[in-house]
Ligand binder design. Structure first.
Ligand code: FES
Length: 238
């Protein structure tokens, strides 16, 4: 049976089409709508979108194969994307991924035998300031610790609701190197606000003149290049 959107989603697609100057421009949101319903994009979905948007199937297929957000194979009920790009890698993404692999018993690209979770890796998900992080379905989980990874995966596999996400303050470049280890980097200068200004000088300390390098001596006074007038010259002038 050919793929078709539910009446409700079909109405949504009609509304989406009004927002774009051409049908081709609505290809990505149309595919997302289909994937939300079907779970992945197979050839029947490609046919549906190409007919609905008056596009060649090759164009739709090209979009599907270009963007990793479109599933080209059946996936689990939940998708876990672990970001592995440099900022996350420096703050423990490797440990997050290893924990996911161990707890789920699968490698990236695989789905648990019960069909509940598909594990994937992703390149930068634009949340580098809260690394390490991962995306679960459409939600971000940031500043991850081992305990949080365990709790998230437990909730996904048992069907329990996930606890509210913890707030995600940005990681300080001078703060902890992450929950998975690494030495803290302490600021080498006093923290802002800890320096007291001298009394009576306002909020700023007085400017200190830069020291003169010891090796540079002040230039010696040059003898004048014009010789003093001779006595005879002085007399003739007078
Ligand atoms: S590197 Fe992970 S979100 Fe940017």
């Amino acid at each position: 049976m050919p793929f078709a959107l539910s009446p409700e989603r079909d109405r949504e697609l009609s509304e989406i089409l009004t927002r774009y100057p051409t049908k081709m421009a609505a290809c990505i949101p149309a595919l997302h709508l289909c994937q939300d319903q079907h779970g992945w994009i197979d050839d029947e979905v490609v046919d549906f979108v190409s007919r609905r948007l008056d596009l060649p199937p090759s164009h739709v297929k090209g979009v599907v194969t270009f963007y990793t957000l479109f599933n080209q194979h059946p996936v689990g009920k939940h998708q876990v994307w672990v970001c592995r790009t440099l900022p996350c890698a420096l703050r423990g993404a490797g440990d997050v991924l290893a924990r996911c692999e161990k707890k789920l018993g699968i490698k990236p690209g695989e789905t648990t035998p019960d069909g509940k979770v598909t594990l994937r890796t992703a390149e930068c998900l634009a949340s580098c300031g809260t690394a390490p992080m991962m995306q679960v379905d459409k939600d971000y989980y940031e500043n991850l610790t081992v305990e949080q990874v365990d709790a998230i995966l437990d909730a996904l596999t048992t069907g329990k609701p996930l606890k509210p996400k913890p707030p995600a303050p940005k990681s300080s470049p001078l703060g902890s190197a992450g929950p998975f280890g690494g030495a803290d980097v302490k600021p080498s200068s006093p923290a802002a606000g800890s320096v007291k200004p001298p009394s009576g000088t306002g909020s700023l300390p007085p400017p200190v003149p830069p020291p003169r390098p010891a090796s540079v001596k002040p230039p010696a006074e040059k003898p004048s290049s014009t010789p003093p007038p001779k006595d005879e010259e002085k007399k003739s002038e007078s």
